[in-house]
Design a protein around this ligand. Structure first.
Ligand code: SIN
Length: 303
């Protein structure tokens, strides 16, 4: 096993750095910039049963220390992903994680069944930060019961490692985390974006066409590390930390707080190869501290 290898249950990664869903399409957009087999894994943009065009522009806004997005879950749909993107992706020696979302519990199950039958997918990440149409559009991920039902539907449809991606926009994230684990999640990833809004004061209207959106980037990192640390003490499954990671030191904050791996998102918009640099910086950190195996530092925060 190499020094940076980590295992999250049945999911084995050559190093702990994955791309975050929604920040590199289906991973292939990164190929002109670097060899994606240098990464622990690629998490694809959230996939639905049918293709979606997403929201009207403007759907991105830069904010101090971060950015807001309201893409509206635009994607090519599961069929095109499986027939056109996956065959190209699986030529590369990296873990491919299919991120899925449905509008109903049944849709999550149907998507998981389709992914389960496909060659080359290492794990499924379930995006529960999407509207539950049967409950008037409330997000699945704000309700422990809806989280459990979605997780159970996916669990019943696949034997692939099952990652549930948690929203930070809840009163107590540990309740949602426990609901997901009790319903069969193998791994939790956290956090998705924080709700936010930016206003164009000259035009007196929100900058994003949808009004509010999801805040990501360095500004959310301390909140995300805090939530990883809380969840790590509440459940007994591996975690993937997400939120404003720009450097090896940022990744190490999440790992020391209890994450076994990290996803890097917003940083790739300004530096497409940020993930590769972050892998190198984690390697340098381990060398500097004479750490033979990175996994020994997971949750190793001195308190
Ligand atoms: C989007 O496509 O609007 C973002 C999806 C997400 O944050 O889960």
């Amino acid at each position: 096993m190499s020094a940076l290898a980590v295992t999250l249950g049945a999911l084995r990664l050559k190093n702990p750095v994955l791309t975050a869903s929604g920040t590199c399409g289906y991973g292939l957009d990164l190929l002109p910039h670097f060899d994606i087999s240098l990464l622990g894994g690629i998490v694809c943009k959230s996939l639905s049963l049918a293709p979606r065009e997403g929201n009207a522009p403007p759907r991105l806004a830069e904010t101090p220390g971060g950015m807001l997005n309201s893409i509206g879950l635009q994607n090519i749909g599961i069929d095109l992903f499986l027939s056109e993107k996956l065959p190209l992706l699986r030529r590369h020696d990296t873990a491919i994680v299919a991120n899925i979302f449905g509008e109903t519990v049944e849709e999550f199950g149907a998507l998981a069944r389709l992914v389960d039958g496909a060659e080359g997918v290492a794990a499924i990440e379930v995006n529960i930060s999407c509207p539950n149409t049967a409950r008037g559009g409330t997000e699945f991920g704000v309700d422990p019961d809806a989280t459990a039902r979605v997780t159970a539907a996916v669990r019943g449809a696949t034997r692939l490692p099952l990652i549930v991606k948690l929203s930070p926009n809840v009163t107590d994230i540990t309740l949602i985390a426990r609901a997901a684990v009790d319903a069969g999640a193998d791994i939790l990833s956290l956090v998705n974006t924080f709700f936010g809004m930016a206003v164009d004061v000259e035009r007196r209207r929100p900058i994003l066409s949808s009004g509010s959106g999801g805040l990501s980037g360095p500004v959310i990192k301390p909140m995300a590390v805090h939530l990883v640390s809380r969840v790590a003490r509440s459940v007994n499954v591996p975690l993937i930390g997400i939120g404003g990671i720009r450097s090896g030191a940022d990744a190490m904050e999440f790992i020391l707080a209890g994450a076994s791996a990290v996803e890097v998102g917003t940083a790739t918009f300004t530096e497409p190869a940020a993930c590769v640099r972050i892998v190198r910086e984690i390697e340098e950190y381990c060398a500097r501290h004479a750490i033979a195996e990175l996994r020994t530092l997971i949750g190793a925060l001195n308190r």
